[in-house]
Design a protein around this ligand. Sequence first.
Ligand code: NCD
Ligand code: ZN
Ligand code: ZN
Length: 344
Amino acid sequence: MKTSINIIQPDDWHVHFREGEMLKVVTKYSARVNRRCIAMPNTTTPITSSIQAINYKKLIESNSNSINFEALIPCYLTNSLNIDDFTYALQKKIFVGGKLYPSNATTNSQHGVTDIKKIYNIFEIMEKENSVLLIHGELNRDDIDIFDREKYFIDEELYQIRNTFKNLKIVLEHVSSDYGVDFVNSNQNIAGTITPHHMLLTKDDVFKNEDINPHHYCMPVVKNEKDLIALRKAACFDNNKFFLGTDSAPHHTNDKVQNQSLKPGIFSSPCSIELYATIFEEENALGNLEQFSSINGPLFYGLEINKETLTLDKRSKEINEFTEEGNIRIKNFSIDKKINWKVL
Ligand code: NCD
Ligand code: ZN
Ligand code: ZN
């Protein structure tokens, strides 16, 4: 039995660092194990211009406690983007890609896109620049059940985007269903990120009768056992179309109070790689962890694979219930089972 594994240093292709005091507290947890992170641009004032991206990148990196850490920033796509600035920033690699939030699908998506067809001109530019379109793939409409939003987005929007821009690289973020896994597997130029929580929880962990467990509530919501199994298989075995993206999304505990302002999002960065290692071990696939955590992502984004390595030891990792510093108090993601791996 292995007591230690050594992997190429991972990257996290989907994290929320937020702003202000929160950013100062959370950034170091991601930089603890990752060499690069995609810092999602859904800040309170979304990141939509090159100058904002440059400043946000600097801010994150200077709070990372690591000289080697790099933040990659996608542009928050809106109906009213400055196209010249956007194109310039793609060419200069100031933006790593563009992030599509359908309006009102998730946290701070009120600035998102109302009619996706209206930004097809942006996709055309991205395709030409060989850039990456990152998508929160959920359709939020009153007649669509919360558990079916991903499927509807795929059927009503994503097929069409895929068929119109055949060379555009697309990442379906936080894939949450077997339907999403199948879509990624059966289409060209599309990859998916998978979070630890979508491989550990089902809807019974979130919804019990009328109650919601706010700390397991996220978008897209976790689904059924069959979805969890499909996601585990995709991450651990199918292997070159899926990569690590925690979607670590911290919120103040005050924003996690039931029936008031319940914000979706799970904060997992204090134990992210350890959770993935525990899952891969359960699937007898520890040998495939590196491919998922450190190789598939850079290959898809056209970036270099990291030269640094990371060691995980087989010993149990304890996590505090909260991350608390100054005025910040965030519930850390926790599960019932033991976490068997630890980065020292
Ligand atoms: C994310 C957040 O809080 O920013 N929340 C979430 O539940 N995943 C936004 C997102 O990634 O959709
Ligand atoms: Zn999202
Ligand atoms: Zn996210």
